[in-house]
Ligand binder design. Structure first.
Ligand SMILES: Nc1ncnc2c1ncn2[C@@H]1O[C@H](COP(=O)(O)OP(=O)(O)OP(=O)(O)O)[C@@H](O)[C@H]1O
Length: 520
């Protein structure tokens, strides 16, 4: 029979990536080689050995697929798992034989041949049993040479089965990840009620109905990534990939490989074909973040892709048609970059078909209380904490604050207060200095107002918990001096501008400076 092991045998091992089918075909093959009818495959699962395939026997009760043996029980399967070697056992007589399964079987095992299923690293993950039920176990061929060949077949099968199991596991994991991603995307909440924000959101809905490129502009942390994802989710491409690439974070050659892909051997180190993101996203949306940082060379390649709707990976002679929507984003002034010739004008017009500007948080102050509430709720739920509230005074400081890091900064601020404030109410004293009343902030140039760290010493706290008037305890002159210096610093020591901010003319401001002893 062993001579009949033609290429069909290898097909059994390498053709099928479905573990159940593969195990069945593999077991059938082993039984055919040994000319017996009964056999089973067992896999270790935590503290049990589970029969994942079983063949043979005249009736259904002889099939033990799905049965399991506890690792503490005496069994041939357990012995082989533990010792990692083949064994031959006499059914019913061998003390290792777990007889419970055979109690009701029509045919009892006479001789059992069991091989370990071993991984490349020597780990035993399963056992295959080949069982002879003929009288005296006369059918099994136990010739040394024969068994050695059989063992190498089992070893190959073990690797093939494990590959198939891992492959299936990987597919299941990918499915789960995709599902989680879909859920996360559906959970996206975009918070805002200010006019400028609502106007931007209307554009998002309008743009989602089309397929034209969108260029999102706005300061860092204003929500460009979030809005790009929302646009994709609202569009007809929502069930296709949404692929994100940050164009500033990686070197040019790496970015080129990521976006356009390459053919095996296109350059030293290209040991396999790589599908670029633009091709992988076909049918879906590509979000190119920080597009203003893309090199001129890659700008030209991207332009060609947009113009021709096709892509040619590095080192490949053929082009591939692609169907993608491009959303790009920048916190730079691309108009300026075009003037300075660091950004291609033709690409700029190709990308900026539908412009979308996200206003900074300081221009949508109405949204600040709403966003604070939203993040407090979200983060408290995550932490399993009670939801804190923000006192009116603290809230007014936060609304006045300029939020240079926009919503990202606000999100981080909420995490900070939830971690540091003990009580249920967040008061002014809980705020870091730079978030307090403007007069409490660090002055430009590093100079602080005299009591930037809190109320001046000796001032009793208000029993109602209201913050002290911040200027108590300062002389009029000290206050005057700090204010004049602050205006000068803010205006880079351009006196005319500082005077305008103070609401006085230049010469009055000059004489005030002189009186206070402040020199340029
Ligand atoms: N309107 C909003 N509602 C709720 N969360 C928001 C909103 N806008 C932004 N965020 C959150 O603020 C954080 C920063 O947003 P995002 O990363 O989209 O900003 P960005 O403009 O792309 O920043 P960068 O230019 O630095 O990449 C994210 O965690 C995002 O979920």
């Amino acid at each position: 029979m062993m001579n009949d092991l033609d290429y069909n045998f290898y097909r059994v091992l390498f053709e099928d990536l479905d573990p159940a089918r593969l195990m069945k075909r593999f077991l059938e093959l082993l039984l055919k080689i040994q000319n017996v009818e009964r056999g089973s495959i067992w896999i270790r699962e935590k503290d049990h050995f589970v029969c994942v395939e079983s063949l043979g026997g005249p009736s259904q009760i002889d099939i033990i697929k799905g049965a399991s043996i506890h690792a503490d029980e005496k069994s041939i399967v357990g012995w082989v798992m533990e010792n990692g070697r083949m064994t031959i056992a006499e059914g019913g007589k061998d003390p290792r034989h777990f007889k419970a399964f055979e109690k009701h079987m029509q045919l009892k095992s006479a001789l059992i041949l069991a091989f370990p299923l071993i991984l490349r690293d020597g780990q035993v993950y399963g056992v295959v049993q080949i069982v002879d039920t003929s009288a005296g176990g006369s059918r099994l061929n136990l010739d040394d040479h024969y068994l050695r060949i059989l063992k190498s077949i089992v070893d190959m099968g073990a690797i093939a089965i494990n590959n198939a199991l891992q492959h299936t596991d990987q597919i299941a994991r990918n499915r789960k990840l995709e599902q989680t991603l879909r859920e996360i995307r559906n959970r996206i909440q975009i918070i805002g009620q200010s006019a400028s924000f609502l106007e931007a959101m209307k554009k998002v809905r309008d743009y989602a109905r089309t397929d034209f490129p969108v260029l999102i502009t706005g300061e860092s942390g204003t929500g460009k990534d979030l809005v790009a994802m929302a646009l994709h989710n609202l569009s007809s491409r929502k069930d296709k990939p949404f692929v994100v690439q940050n164009c500033s974070a990686i070197p040019e050659t790496l970015l080129e490989s990521e976006l356009f892909g390459y053919k095996k051997g296109a350059f030293t180190g290209a040991s396999d074909d790589k599908t670029g993101l633009l091709m992988a996203a076909t049918g879906g949306t590509v979000f190119l973040d920080e597009i203003g940082d893309m090199s001129r060379l890659l700008q030209s390649r991207l332009l060609r892709v947009i113009q021709n709707k096709e892509i040619k990976p590095l080192g490949e002679s053929n082009t591939h048609k692609i169907d993608i929507r491009i959303i790009s984003a920048t916190n730079k002034n691309l108009n300026e970059a075009v003037k300075e010739k660091t950004f291609r004008e033709d690409l700029y017009y190709r990308l900026n078909v539908l412009p979308l500007h996200l206003p900074p948080l300081r221009e949508r102050k109405n949204d600040i209380p709403l966003l604070l509430k939203y993040f407090i709720k979200r983060e408290s739920l995550e932490l399993g904490h009670f939801q804190k509230r923000i006192s009116d005074e603290a809230l007014s400081c936060l609304v006045d604050y300029r939020w240079p890091g926009n919503i990202r900064e606000l999100e981080n601020f909420v995490k900070y207060i939830l971690s540091t404030v003990d009580g249920d109410m967040v008061g002014v004293t809980d705020l870091p200095d730079n978030y307090k009343h403007p007069a409490h902030r660090q002055l430009p140039g590093g100079e602080s107002l005299p009591f930037a760290d809190g109320a001046p010493s000796g001032q009793p706290a208000d029993p109602a918990g209201r913050p002290d008037f911040p200027f108590t305890g300062l002389t009029w002159e000290a206050l005057d001096k700090a204010y004049v210096r602050h205006l000068l610093e803010k205006n880079n020591w351009v006196v005319t501008r500082a005077a305008r901010d103070a609401g006085m003319n230049r010469s009055t401001f000059d004489s005030r400076m002189k009186k206070l002893g402040i020199r340029k």
